[in-house]
Design a protein around this ligand. Structure first.
Ligand code: WQD
Length: 316
């Protein structure tokens, strides 16, 4: 079992929830984050939840090789969970160079440093985005990847391929890198303590933080992007997985990566698709009051429906 885990992007939404579960399961965790899309609120929350005031924290940019190397020099890292990346689809279309540079260089640095320090296990945060608008649903890990519709999606595909090649090339070397790509569907929700959650800087891109901010009056009205999709109620259908369930998936993947050969890929979803209107109605019921919404045009790059077949992760 891996003992010391570097969580890059560990101060962010998913990274903070994963850090909590890792510590609860007995791992030592080192967090690295450049705080480009969050402040220290979640990291402080992680310390409160775990009762640990001594979690090593490096405010570094993984695009800086020397900074990543310093972490590996100061700690014997057994595994890396790599979350550190830009993730806004629309922004990636406007700023492709920024996205390719950040998401690719940071991952290449992690892999090269890991290899040079004797190797380690790597979990890469991939995305259901790699499937695009699949012809057959639900999508399994064998469903062909479609050409990405955004630079963001391209970086996820490219990083999967980079990891696959590095795993193959290092198998017989001294610095063995083993890897798993986890394809997340739509992570939502928060730790039951409410000390950590999804706190994006600025206007949220994703559905659920937009609903929650509208519910508390921080936003005027939710725009539903299209009600003319070929779905039961016309709004987009996605597979929303609770972030704590997703985090626990990483614990299982860490055990799996040690025994695996080659690059292993897992869908992390629930297998259920829900429409935007269904999510909105469920939230209204849970919080006990209506949430103002309007029907807006489709969002460029969106697809009608995507949900997972999660049976591989469940079985293994
Ligand atoms: C969900 C549904 C929208 C906002 C993206 C990435 C993916 C993953 C999660 C990254 C869609 C609709 C949304 C709003 C709306 N990774 N919507 N009004 O686009 O499925 O996935 O985020 O971090 O890789 O591509 O998630 O939450 O943006 O949208 O109607 O204000 O909600 O059209 O149908 P998406 P989302």
């Amino acid at each position: 079992m891996s003992k010391k885990v570097l969580v890059s992007g560990g101060a962010g939404y998913i990274g903070s929830h994963v850090t909590v579960e890792l510590i609860a399961a007995g791992y030592e965790v080192v967090v690295a984050d450049n705080l480009s899309n969050c402040d220290l609120t979640c990291f402080e929350g992680v310390k409160k939840i775990t009762g640990r005031d001594d979690i090593p924290f490096y405010q570094i940019d993984c695009c800086d090789y020397a900074s990543v190397d310093k972490v590996f020099t100061e700690h014997k890292i057994d595994a890396v969970i790599h979350f550190a990346a830009f993730k806004a689809v629309g922004e990636s279309v406007a700023e492709p160079i920024m996205y390719y540079r950040n998401n690719l260089v940071s991952f290449l640095n992690i892999l090269e440093v890991a290899k040079n320090h004797g190797g380690c296990n790597v979990l890469f945060s991939s995305s259901a985005t790699v499937y695009g608008e699949a012809e057959v649903l639900p999508v399994t890990e064998q469903t062909p990847r479609l050409p990405a519709t955004s630079p963001y999606g391209n970086t996820k595909q490219m990083c999967e391929d980079i990891l696959r090649d590095v795993v193959a090339a290092t198998a017989a070397s001294e610095g063995v890198v083993k890897g798993i790509a986890l394809r997340y569907f739509n992570p939502i929700g928060a730790h039951p303590s409410a000390l950590i959650g999804e706190l994006p800087r600025g206007v949220p891109n994703n559905l659920v933080p937009f609903i929650t901010q509208t519910a508390i009056g921080k936003r005027e009205c939710l725009s539903i992007f299209g009600n003319d999709y070929p779905t039961a109620d016309g709004t987009g259908v996605r597979d929303y997985i609770h972030v704590v369930d997703l985090a626990i998936g990483h614990l299982h993947a860490l055990k799996k990566v040690c025994s695996g050969t080659g690059l292993n890929i897992y869908n992390l979803g629930t297998g259920n698709g829900y429409s935007v209107l269904e999510v909105l109605r469920a939230f209204e019921k849970a919080c006990g009051h209506p949430i103002k919404f309007e029907i807006a045009p489709r969002r460029p790059g969106d697809i009608a429906t995507c949900f997972s077949d999660p049976s591989k992760a469940k079985a293994e």
